[in-house]
Design a protein around this ligand. Structure first.
Ligand code: ADP
Ligand code: MG
Length: 258
């Protein structure tokens, strides 16, 4: 399958410390990639480079087969930033208006809004299950609901790739699973390639197709089943001895053989 993103020998530093060191990453069309890594490991920086918000200092990035410096089809890429869900609850806009601003790039010029545009907004709201809330004020919604609205805003221009930076930070634990199910549906039913930075890898390993572990270097990149295999091997190396001891002890507690 064609790659949507192709990164080769990418380096980036803000001041003197290197934040991304020789990153090579290829993201196939239709995949659902989770980027994992500790705080400060360069995840958001990598996304900003892919989005053209920062410029590579060394190495190259290609988007949809084109050098990023020449790339112009930015409407093919939707982005929900890390801070999107810490929204000012006093902000006077309806859910419909927030999503519509993904088309007009500013809120408050809806007088000239066409019927087709309104239909696009409703479709995007439907895709994230927020259609019943279209007339509500954005500030009245829960963190998880607001996050769905921001995803709808990113979806309204019909992107082929959706990039999300830690989208579940403001989402209640009990809603995280349904949130990821919604993302999985976008990926499977609408064929949208998803690139997600997350700390929830344990919860979502059955939903993502690929995993990348970043900590300045790319320590692992591959299919989720290889990642799970590696995780199990690491765990048995780290805890194998204790696990063995525990099961041994357990046997004794229950009487064992007399
Ligand atoms: N604008 C900036 N100026 C200087 N340093 C930055 C800037 N943004 C991030 N950094 C530093 O770069 C490193 C990587 O940050 P970031 O990409 O935000 O990591 P992550 O998203 O994995 O937590 C951190 O050490 C952070 O402090
Ligand atoms: Mg970050």
């Amino acid at each position: 399958m064609a790659s949507i993103i192709e990164i080769k020998h990418l380096f980036y530093r803000y001041e003197k410390d290197i934040v991304l060191d020789n990153i090579n990453l290829s993201i196939p069309e239709g995949s659902f990639l989770a980027i994992v890594g500790p705080n400060g490991s360069g995840k958001s920086t990598l996304l900003k480079l892919i989005l053209g918000l920062l410029k590579p200092q060394k190495g190259r990035i290609q988007l949809f087969g084109q050098e990023i410096s020449k790339f112009k089809d930015w409407q093919k890429i939707g982005y929900v930033s890390q801070k999107a869900n810490s929204f000012n609850t006093g902000f006077p806009a309806t859910v419909f208006e927030v999503v519509a601003s993904g088309l007009t790039k500013s809120i408050g010029i809806f007088k000239f809004f066409k019927k087709e545009d309104a239909a696009k907004v409703d479709q995007a709201l439907e895709a994230v299950g927020m259609e019943p809330f279209r007339r509500r004020n954005i500030g009245e919604l829960s963190g998880g609901q607001q996050q769905r609205v921001f995803i709808a805003r990113a979806l309204v221009s019909d992107p082929k790739l959706l990039i999300l930076d830690e989208p579940t930070v403001g989402v209640d634990a009990e809603n995280v699973t349904t949130f990821y199910q919604m993302l999985s549906d976008l990926n499977r039913n609408r064929g949208i390639t998803l690139l997600l930075v997350t700390h929830d890898i344990g919860t979502i390993s059955d939903k993502v197709s690929h995993v990348a572990c970043l900590n300045k270097h790319l320590h692992f990149h591959g299919e989720t089943k290889e990642f799970e295999q590696m995780r199990l091997e690491e765990m048995s190396k780290t805890y194998g001895h204790e696990v063995h001891l525990l099961s041994h002890q357990h046997q004794h507690e229950h009487g064992g053989v007399r």
